[in-house]
Design a protein around this ligand. Structure first.
Ligand code: UD1
Ligand code: UDP
Length: 387
């Protein structure tokens, strides 16, 4: 039987983290699969950190990132590069992940080449075209171009069903981020080797902060940072660890509002292994990240989400995540509540795994091989464990 040529396409840090388990799983079946790993490098340093941790050497690196890139730049540079790679390689299947502009460009380019598309992390929706922007439309448009939908949870499958997608083409797999998280936390790690050695994890309560969403750039971010500043001034046992995204639009405001403050550690984006170890040792997380909302519940860490909408209702239902928006007062009040009230804190600090069991990549590759006639059995759906 001819080997199946499976091309993975990704470009940003979170896509790389979530596709790494898939790249590794594809490599386990050399008798059936010829993998072609293609990165757009929509991110550069933040992507390279992940590639090196997981020992991934791409077959193609389009190196598209440019300072101050806009959505048009990313879309057209990614499509131009991907068109050439797909034309040359003629893959049998293209796998894209999630909701970035690389994702949509990858799916659209595959469609133009009439190559089937598999969408990993399919079916997340807020129902709001502009929130998150442009991710909600990226994932919806990608869904319309997709042949095999790998939905992390039953609620993401239900979103796809509502859009008329047949369950026969949807697999509930869990999220591959939990594969990556569990594998990474399994490795020994020592903080003394990093710039985090001076963070007093044992004596202080560490608030871990990340922000990057386009709809939060400008005033919303400024308000969040002002709230954080007041919190650090009031609580002498609180330290903030803030790995600041490489986007200069984020970095400028962070520096203006939080630069040179005692007990606020403004650092460069962390590699994934130190990052998840900080996550595991933090008291509380404030973030507008999607992936962190999925990781933190596994570690029993409360998350306050700095957004007005979320496509990840599972952790809210489980009680470990609260959607608080970006107003200065709300951020201040919700954070203070968790710092002041042990019962409120304990209510949120439940370890649970609504997003996966660490076996998502295995299910996805099994589904592909079964669907394309290489193996007899299809995977069992991921079932969220009962609390
Ligand atoms: C992108 C994705 C977003 C995802 C996020 C993860 C789109 C439109 N946005 O947003 O869905 O949640 O990645 O972090 O696809 N930069 C660097 N080095 C890097 C990475 C970024 O310098 O390694 C700078 C560049 O100046 C770039 C800017 O950050 O212009 C913004 O990057 P971009 O990929 O356009 O948007 P993100 O906000 O990172
Ligand atoms: N992350 C990381 N280093 C950091 C901050 C985040 O490795 O300094 C990881 C985090 O564990 C998660 C992913 O990056 O898996 C989330 O990326 P981001 O918040 O940029 O994107 P999103 O998930 O919102 O698309």
């Amino acid at each position: 039987m001819k080997r199946l040529k499976v091309m993975t396409v990704f470009g940003t840090r979170p896509e790389a983290i979530k596709m790494a388990p898939i790249v590794m799983e594809l490599a386990k079946y050399p008798q059936y699969i010829q993998p072609v790993t293609t990165v757009t490098a929509q991110h550069r340093e933040m992507l390279d950190q992940v590639l090196s941790l997981f020992n991934i050497t791409p077959n193609y690196d389009l190196d598209i990132m440019a300072p101050g890139q806009n959505l048009f730049d990313i879309t057209h540079r990614a499509m131009q590069g991907l068109h050439q790679v797909m034309e040359k390689e003629q893959p049998d299947l293209v796998l894209v992940h999630g909701d970035t502009t690389t994702t949509f460009a990858g799916a659209l380019t595959a469609f133009y080449h009439q190559i089937p598309v598999g969408h990993v992390e399919a079916g997340l929706r807020t129902g709001n075209k502009y929130s998150p922007y442009p991710e909600e439309m990226n994932r919806k448009l990608t869904g319309s171009l997709t042949d095999f939908h790998f939905a992390p949870t039953i609620s993401s499958r239900a979103n796809l069903n509502r859009e008329g997608i047949d369950s026969a083409n949807i697999y509930v797999t869990g999220n591959t981020v939990i594969d990556a998280l569990l594998a990474t936390l399994n490795q020994p790690y020592n903080f003394s080797e990093t710039g985090l050695a001076n963070v007093r994890f044992d004596e202080s309560r560490v608030i871990l902060v990340t922000t990057h969403r386009r709809e939060n750039l400008g005033e919303p971010m400024r308000h969040v940072y002002q709230a954080l500043k007041s919190i650090v001034e009031i609580y002498s046992d609180v330290e903030v660890v803030f790995p600041v995204h490489k986007n200069p639009l984020v970095r400028n405001i962070v520096q203006q509002e939080l630069g040179n403050l005692a007990r606020v550690h403004l650092i460069d984006p962390l590699e994934y292994q130190p990052f998840v170890n900080v996550l595991a040792r933090s008291y509380l997380i404030l973030t507008d990240s999607g992936g962190i909302q999925e990781e933190a519940p596994s570690l029993g860490k409360p998350v306050l989400v700095l957004r007005d909408t979320t496509e990840r209702p599972e952790a809210i239902e489980a009680g470990t995540v609260k959607l608080i928006g970006t107003s200065r007062q709300d951020v201040f009040d919700h954070t203070c509540l968790l710092l002041n009230n042990k019962m409120e804190y304990e209510k949120m600090a439940n370890a649970c795994n609504p997003y996966g069991d660490g076996k998502a990549a295995g299910r996805i590759i099994t589904a592909i091989l079964n669907r394309l006639g290489y193996i007899p059995d299809s995977p069992q759906d991921f079932v969220c464990p009962k609390k």
